[in-house]
Each structure stands twice: as structure tokens, then as C-alpha cells.
Design a protein around this ligand. Sequence first.
Ligand code: NAD
Length: 353
Amino acid sequence: MMVRYLVTGGAGFIGSAVVRRLLQTAGNEVLVIDKLTYAGNLESLAPVASHPHYRFMQADIVDGAAMRGAFMEFSPDVVMHLAAESHVDRSIDGPGEFIQTNIVGTFSLLQAALAHWRELPVERKQGFRFHHISTDEVFGSLGATGYFTEETPYQPNSPYSASKAASDHLVRAWHHTYGLPVVMTNCSNNYGPYHFPEKLIPLTIINALEGKPLPVYGTGENIRDWLHVDDHAEALIQVARRGAPGQSYNIGGHNEHTNISVVRAICALLDELAPDASIGPREMLITFVTDRPGHDARYAIDAAKIAKELGWRPWHSFESGLRETVQWYLDNKTWWERVRSGVYRGERLGVAI
Ligand code: NAD
């Protein structure tokens, strides 16, 4: 029997990895709903574009009527909700879109899902899941020690993380109040292929390749826990299928690194894989710039619950995953050149002055 997945934000970085992965399994059918903002790219779905069990709908999740129509027509078994405004620096410059998409959009999707779920026959009703994909940034910032668990209190610091915290609370409340079978995940920083080049790793790779300055915020000592997007996609599919209703799961890569060490590692990889005498050693391109206002010092995930309950563990080491990612950007210049030819040209965002 076919399992029907409605994936919002499926043209984005993580959503497209989920869709490509779902369609590797026979018996899965996927409808992607995506507004195609600057961050959404159909090129990232090109590998599945002609798959017989793949469909695409361009729509805004804030549009309640369009969402209800999509649920009635597609009749999903599982909703994987990834559509969001996702870049902290953009949320500092213009928080309005974050409130609309991340909070109001999640609300309209929950309402459409609830109306659909209430009409399902008993056996489909029990199996239905609404999966909200969120971030570890809702927990705030850590000191030098400790980890975020599923019980860590929420303390979002940026407009982005506050909007994601709000949507987490809505999803939890739709379970508690209306019984909608939801599951939630909070994950650490992702990296890997098809990552929009405004985020640290792809921006550094592309600038270093082109011999441009490599901006590092503050002193570069902020720590992130890096998770390969394909490890994440597999974890999300496991949670969507086997997670217990009402539960949340933290997903992390067990890969803590300072930003400056990540940038240095990319420089070394490019010097090896794409040496360029006219540029010289890429480390010389590193430029320290004004820190992000309210920049969280450290994020790190305790992923023991998902390991124990669902048997998931990341299989990429950061070293192998980063090498593979750098190689992917070297091999897929047309993808990032096309993506970059849109509205974003690599400029600095989010200084709040
Ligand atoms: P992304 O910015 O690459 O993609 C977001 C997608 O959502 C895009 O395709 C965009 O077109 C679409 N979208 C935006 N607004 C929309 C709207 N109103 N209606 C319909 N579609 C809309 O984001 P990503 O990095 O793939 O992140 C996916 C999810 O995972 C987000 O919810 C994000 O908060 C969460 N997350 C991401 C990370 C990370 O490291 N990238 C870490 C933790 C959590």
C-alpha cells in the first residue's frame, strides 16, 4: 500500500534531501508544497522531477484555502513540515516574514491537517502523523559544557528562533487540545549538498574557490554541532514513521566545532582539491567581521533519546562529510551559479544597525 507524504519546504536544503530520500523507497508517494522563495530551488529536486510518485505544488503555507485544497486532493498519511524562513541574519533585518511563514503558516497548516485527520477512517487516523521540523536554537545558548535535551527549557534569542519556538508550541498544543498525532524534532546545524550559499559552509567554499574574503563573525569561537543533511533526512523519516505521538526528539551530529576551525578545514580541503596559484593558501582570505548581534555562543545536542528509542545514529564523520561536501560544490558549479544568480549575491546581512 502506498504511503502518501505531504512535504512543505521540499524545494529547500533539508526538504529536498528528505524528498530525494523518500522517493528511493518503493511505496512512497510525495507531494511537495513550496512557495519557492529565494531559498527554494526546483533544481534541488531535479533528480526526482520525473519520478512517477512525485508531485509539486507552488503555494504559500499561510494560504489556508490552498492548504485545505491540497489536503483534500492528496489525502496524506504523513505531513513533514519544513517550510520556513530559516536564516538568522535575515530575521534580524526583517522579522515580519518569519512571523508570517513560521508562525501563521504553521497555524494554517495545522488547521488544514486537523480538518483532514478528523475525516479519516479509523485505521488511517491512527497511523497519521504531523511532523514539525524545528531547530536546537529554540533552547538558547550553552556555556562551555552541557547539552540540549528534550527537557531543556525554551529560551530563543533571535527573531528566527523565537518564531520557531512559537510554532513548536502551536504544534504541541494541537496535540494536547485536539489530539492531532504530532511528532517534533529539534536539530543542530546541517551541512551538505544543495545548501544555499548564504550559510557559513557553502559561502566559505564558494568564496574561497573564487579567491574572495572569507567573513568570520567576531573571533570565530562560536561552537556549532554539525549534522550531515543526509543523516538528518534519515532521522526525520524514522521519526515521521515510528515516532510516538506527542513526542519530540533531538537530532545532532556529535560534531562540535568552532566556526573558525570549520573555515580553516575548508581552506585546507580546497588547497588540496582545487589548488590555485593565483589565490595562494586560502587561509590568507579569512577576514574577521563585526559579530552578529546576540550571537549564541554554543549549541550542542544530546541525541540519546532518538538513538535509544528509534535506533538512529549519524553515519557521517565531520571530516568525511565535509570533504564530500566540498567535492560536491566543485562538481556542481552550475547548481550554485544558478542559485546565486537570483536575489542573493553573497552580501553581509543581519548587522542590526
Ligand atoms: P531552507 O531555507 O533551505 O528552505 C526553506 C523552504 O521553505 C524553501 O524551499 C522555501 O521556498 C520554502 N518556504 C519558505 N516560506 C514558505 C511559505 N510561506 N510557504 C511555502 N514554502 C515556503 O531551509 P532548510 O535549511 O532546508 O530548513 C528546513 C527546516 O529545518 C526549517 O523549518 C528550519 O527551521 C529547520 N532547521 C534547519 C536547520 C539548518 O541547519 N538548515 C537546522 C535546524 C532546523
